[in-house]
Design a protein around this ligand. Sequence first.
Ligand SMILES: Nc1nc2c(ncn2[C@@H]2O[C@H](COP(=O)(O)OP(=O)(O)OP(=O)(O)O)[C@@H](O)[C@H]2O)c(=O)[nH]1
Ligand SMILES: [Mg+2]
Ligand SMILES: [Zn+2]
Length: 399
Amino acid sequence: MAAPATASNPLMHPVRDLVGRLHCPSCWHAMRPADVLFIAEDPRLVGDPVAGADEPLRFLPSRFDLTGAAIDPEGARCTRLACPRCRREVPRPMLELPAKILSVVGAPGAGKSHLLASALWSMRRDLDRLGLQVMDAEPRLNARLHAWENRLFGSGGGARRLEKTETSGGAGYASVRIEGRTEVVPAPFVFALRRGQEPSPSSTLVLYDNAGEHFLPGADDALRPVTRHLGRSEAIVFVLDPTQDPGFRAAVGLPPVPQPPVRQDLVLAEMAARVRHHRGRRSDERLEVPLVIAMAKADLWATAARVPMTADPFAIGGDPGAALRASHVACLEVVRRGSPEFAAALAAAFDRVLVVPCSGLGRDLAHEPEAPVAPRWAAVPFVAACEFGEEGRLGGFRP
Ligand SMILES: Nc1nc2c(ncn2[C@@H]2O[C@H](COP(=O)(O)OP(=O)(O)OP(=O)(O)O)[C@@H](O)[C@H]2O)c(=O)[nH]1
Ligand SMILES: [Mg+2]
Ligand SMILES: [Zn+2]
């Protein structure tokens, strides 16, 4: 809900509408725009008691220049903002636009990172085809994603694979000192989201790429609240890797593999338990948060499973529901045959489910590591998740 900025709020000049309240995308602290800190720009002001010894000082400004930028204690002009609790940077568009949070969940190795990189690459470029577009809210904060996009789609040579997502450390997480104890918070990707014919973005889109290990039972706790976004997300994209499941492999004629399978039905059940916990729901309550099952690595199984992926679901002028329903029904049939326990876990917990076949890479890079990638329907699960809300193109859609 946007509230007008008051004359006493020097954050924005010329005066723009600010949201009344927002949540920090790292630690979930609720704040008003006037509560945010600024990040010092003067090179002498390095070291912050919460953000860390290598981070610039965060401060509550008392001096501003004529454009509304804050002046730090050494006189430098500052425009970057930070959460007053964890002191991680908050992209400025989050103060001006309501946030839409998407949780991306899935077992280790399910294909989350490759799918996310391919999907966002397409959502930056294919406005006309998808009817929706993302732009970096603060490019510096999405640098990790840019590196992935370059790796997969850039013209440089080399293997087109992304590393496994780290479970802690690295650029995907930050350690902060809050009230004398260390807390690990996730680093979000934040975008401005523009729909169809809108002249400018109408919301921000906040996404997280967790390591699959974080979704295994017992892996999230108060000092490492890296999956707490499940309590606030407007929709969830669960990346299901059918090629990790022996029953599914048999159902689509893939040869068995020696590795012990990850029980993806248990990952789903654990996720449902965390969603309930963070939203204060009873353990027998079914969840109304829309769930998109991104059935990954379709290059390996969709043809054998006779799942249709030809019609472009979000092609302008078409009915996205028709193409999505056809592939949903075909996928669900394979899930029921190959992994009845997953189908049961799904039916037990969620009211609104859409299953979407997709492939972030479009090919098996284990055999041709430097071949160009050819994603198929990579953005479809994410666009569907964005459109599942009341006001979206799939608002009334029941698959
Ligand atoms: N054939 C095929 N393989 C894929 C595809 N997407 C990912 N893979 C492979 O699957 C493996 C795991 O992919 P990731 O994207 O790293 O999986 P993840 O879910 O992010 O895994 P964690 O970071 O461990 O949680 C990699 O070896 C990829 O090459 C795809 O669309 N098709
Ligand atoms: Mg990953
Ligand atoms: Zn915070």
